[in-house]
Design a protein around this ligand. Structure first.
Ligand SMILES: N[C@@H](CCC(=O)N[C@@H](CS)C(=O)NCC(=O)O)C(=O)O
Length: 235
């Protein structure tokens, strides 16, 4: 199998996580998000997005949630529960994770200050709802890894990055979600899914958006430069 993706794409990260959790042999082909797509890209990815999973015999799968279910069907252990109600509940939370991920993407790209503030509030509301859904842990369904864990891990990785560049405090007072974050981020599959250039590429991505978050990064960077100049006695 070959997974085609971008190095910072959270939807690619979720597929990498499941490939690793299941021990499925694969190769990864990273394409340049800002460059020209490979010639056959729109043929293999009708929506023009990554991830795409090449499963051989000229067959390509697109849409990460579908890819995850495919991987779950072909290799044990199953990560989706069997009883239909539980199975449906997990699928609902997989959709929910994509909504949170979309809000996080909006936070990085938005240029309107009002919408920037509004998006932060929406993210907090969504995370509070996740918190109320979590049980004793350590994972979404207790001890067993599930596809819900696989899709929320990249959400929490993105939040970690965002908190490292600006103090949003998204996980403040969300104790269960914070513990879930720690458990997930310590997992080898999740660590593998975070490309070693992830942080630098994310910062580059934020700068390219020229949005409200970029403005905050620039102002805190110039603040740091001013402080450094002041400390060294130069102005
Ligand atoms: N619903 C899709 C979302 C995938 C998605 O949005 N991928 C982004 C990158 S993270 C993409 O390929 N965007 C198109 C582009 O940047 O050209 C999935 O779950 O696979």
């Amino acid at each position: 199998m070959k997974l085609i993706g971008f190095k910072i794409c959270p939807y690619v990260q979720r597929v990498v996580i499941v490939l690793h959790e299941k021990g499925i042999r694969h190769t990864l082909e990273y394409i340049d998000p800002y460059g020209k797509r490979p010639a056959d890209f729109h043929h293999i990815s009708p929506l023009g997005k990554v991830p795409v999973l090449d499963i051989g015999n000229d067959q390509h799968l697109f849409e990460s949630a579908v890819i995850l279910e495919y991987l779950d069907e072909i290799k044990k252990p199953p990560f989706l529960p069997t009883p239909p109600p539980a199975r449906a509940r997990h699928r609902s939370w997989i959709v929910y994770a994509s909504s949170v991920q979309a809000l996080l993407a909006r936070l990085v790209t938005v240029r309107d200050e009002h919408l920037f503030i509004e998006t932060q509030a929406a993210i907090r509301d969504h995370l509070a709802r996740v918190e109320s859904e979590l049980r004793a842990g350590p994972l979404f369904s207790g001890e067993h890894f599930s596809l819900v864990d696989a899709v929320f891990a990249p959400v929490l990785v993105t939040i970690d990055f965002l908190e490292s560049v600006h103090r949003f405090g998204f996980l403040k007072n969300l104790d269960k979600t914070s513990r879930w974050r720690e458990t997930l981020l310590a997992r080898p599959s999740v660590r593998t899914a975070i490309h070693n250039e992830y942080r630098d590429l994310m910062i580059e991505f934020v700068h390219r958006q020229k949005g409200c978050l970029d403005a905050r990064l620039n102002s805190s960077a110039s603040g740091t430069r001013q402080a450094a100049k002041g400390a060294s006695g130069t102005t």
